[in-house]
Design a protein around this ligand. Structure first.
Ligand code: SAH
Ligand code: SF4
Length: 371
């Protein structure tokens, strides 16, 4: 029987309670593991003796291992290849923000250096979006909440993580219980990330979005809309049939009413598919009455897996101008970074390192908007 991750919060709590051990020790144990990821249980000081035997028989400090680390020459992006207990690989990407890069005109960044971590929630994905390499590999398995949190533990060895975005492999809202638990752990002691700095990206799983305000009030939501009308959405995202655009927009309106915060809209720019002037107007009309930030994403070609082409810079600019000028919608264009290490949100193909991801793009913008 494989051992559970100590960061599987519900399991460790239940086991401690069953054994009559105070759950207060859990934060202390987590802190020790974060500082000593390779520790053995007997090295954690001052626990009740029953805790040591329980930990040894049922839990591991970390169930995943940091297989390799790739630094981009851009000096900003680092990709972590993480091997799960079942042998599958997932990837997490750290993006550091540093005033030396001149982003703030050479001035020190307000709040000091910080980093954003892009996290995976599943191995593969069953949503099958036609432009996404992860989608082409199908669904392999869900990550446990502990495996999700462990990506943060690995990343903390490299950088001071302030922001987390669920934009790695998988559809986070299809792994709902683990996602909710992982976010609770990340925002509680000892991690204490601010919920304002956590963003979940989804294709729009309507029933799950409806539950979110109860389970994690005020979570930042990014919705991969990618098309302004139902038929184009269905062509490029088969899951759109199960989650019709009109219903999705109604659900987002409700979400916005409850959470009173802007929603991020992701829109991948595909040449000749969804990047015409009329699409910009349709999108503008659709979003006009929402508080949103639209993030236009240059498409990263995924080799022979699809026939899509990236929109030209001119078309992206034209699209952005219409949304901004005619509809007064805040619209950013996602920067592409770290191409040399080919780490990409949503683009991991198979679980062998040498065959892995094909392109790269990462948000500088969504996390910037959290300031
Ligand atoms: N499943 C979630 C989160 C992971 S994908 C979702 O779809 O939102 C994270 C982002 O990467 C999504 O907006 C997704 O549409 C985008 N993406 C997927 N494939 C891409 C590609 N080839 N080029 C650019 N962005 C891509
Ligand atoms: Fe899954 Fe997101 Fe890729 Fe679609 S874009 S297949 S939902 S990971």
């Amino acid at each position: 029987m494989s051992l559970r991750s100590i960061f599987d919060a519900a399991e460790i709590r239940a086991e401690f309670q069953k054994a009559g051990i105070s759950t207060h020790f859990i934060t202390f144990i987590w802190k020790h593991v974060i500082q000593n990821p390779n520790c053995e249980w007997h090295e954690v000081p001052s626990l009740p003796s029953a805790a040591y035997s329980l930990l040894r028989t049922k839990f591991k400090p970390l169930t995943s291992t940091l297989d390799s680390v790739f630094d981009s020459t851009d000096e900003v992006t680092t990709k972590l290849l993480i091997k799960l207990q079942n042998g599958a690989f997932v990837e997490a990407v750290v993006m550091r923000y540093d005033s030396r890069l001149g982003k703030y005109g050479g001035d020190p960044r307000p709040g000091g250096p910080r980093a954003t971590l892009c996290i995976s929630s599943q191995v593969g994905c069953k949503m099958g979006c036609k432009f996404c390499a992860t989608g082409s590999m199908g669904f392999k398995n869900n990550l446990s909440s502990g495996e999700i949190v462990e990506q943060l533990v690995h990343a903390l060895r490299l950088s001071h993580i302030r922001n987390v975005v669920f934009m790695g492999m998988g559809e986070p809202l299809n792994n709902y219980a683990a996602l909710v638990e992982a976010i609770h752990v990340m925002t509680g002691p000892p991690f204490r990330l601010s919920l304002k700095k956590i963003t979940v990206s989804t294709v729009g799983i309507i029933h799950a979005i409806k539950k979110l305000p109860t389970d994690i009030p005020n979570l930042n939501l990014a919705v991969s809309l990618h098309a302004p009308v139902q038929d184009i959405r269905c062509q490029i995202m088969p899951a759109a049939r199960a989650f019709p655009l009109e219903k999705l927009m109604d659900t987002l309106r409700e979400y916005q009413k409850k959470c009173q915060q802007k929603i991020f809209i992701e829109y991948i720019m595909l040449d000749g598919v969804n990047d015409e002037e009329q699409h910009a107007h349709q999108l503008g009309n659709l979003l006009e009455t929402f508080q949103v930030v639209v993030n236009l994403i240059p498409f990263n070609p995924i080799g022979t897996l699809s026939n899509f082409r990236s929109s030209s810079e001119q078309r992206v600019t034209r699209f952005q101008k219409i949304l901004r000028g005619t509809y007064n919608i805040r619209t950013t264009v996602r920067k592409q970074m770290g191409q040399d290490i080919s780490g990409a949100c949503g683009q991991l193909v198979v679980n062998l390192p040498e065959k892995r991801s094909i392109g790269h793009d990462h948000l500088t913008d969504i996390e910037d908007l959290h300031l």
